[in-house]
Design a protein. Sequence first.
Length: 276
Amino acid sequence: MTLTEPTSIAVAGDWHGNASWAIRCVRYLAEHTDVTLLLHLGDFGYMGEGFDRYMHKVSREAEKAGVTIWVLPGNHENYDWLAKQPVDDQGRTITAPGILALPRGNRFTVAGVTFCAVGGAVSVDKGRRTFGRSWWPQEEITETEAKTISAGPPVDVLLTHDAPMGCATPRMDRRSFLDWVGPVVASEADAHQVRLRNIVDALHPRLLLHGHMHARYSETVEWVTPDYKPYTCRIEGLACDDMEGNQILLDLTDPTNLAVTDLTPPLSKGPRFRDD
């Protein structure tokens, strides 16, 4: 699918079904830009009791703002529910009016800039979750999916939920992480990030945007493709709901630069919007 407009889009990190924050982001976007497309990097809120009400509120606000939301599902999403929803002619899942979920490996072009969406991550707390109610194994990128996505052509921007292995993501130290989740889950999380890194190396994007880690950071890496060609990738990690750095504006007018600016609304310590 190719979109010729707009020349800038919004990108948001995890919202976790936080309706008040999601509405705040959409309203702020409408008040300060003319953007009509928001890409969400996962843990949008497709799970939990009452998530249908959350979806209705966000959909209604997005419609009023003239904004369409495309979501790449994260790890905290109800994949069984998503699989039962209707799909459009581009393979995107219709989850509510104006809100679509992108399948893994979905490619699209906006203003001449090519994108690929690769959602999913390992829930490192799945031992404290319930299978089929708060945790779903479909959350992980499979080896088959990784190979299929990697076989495609390079892209300018790679959208992911998880962070690839090798980036400087702010996180707890390794010993604390192992004490928290245990060696088995830690190994699963590492393997997932390796699979994602293999996709990154194969597609060697100029820019990678991810959520999941709940931290805003930026770094530029020098990595190598599978055929040993060096490439440069700028990585932008986004924070989660009610944190600075949860939403950014991506300028598409210069595909060689792809500049980003902060578009995070005031945090909850300021005046709160009604969400009804």
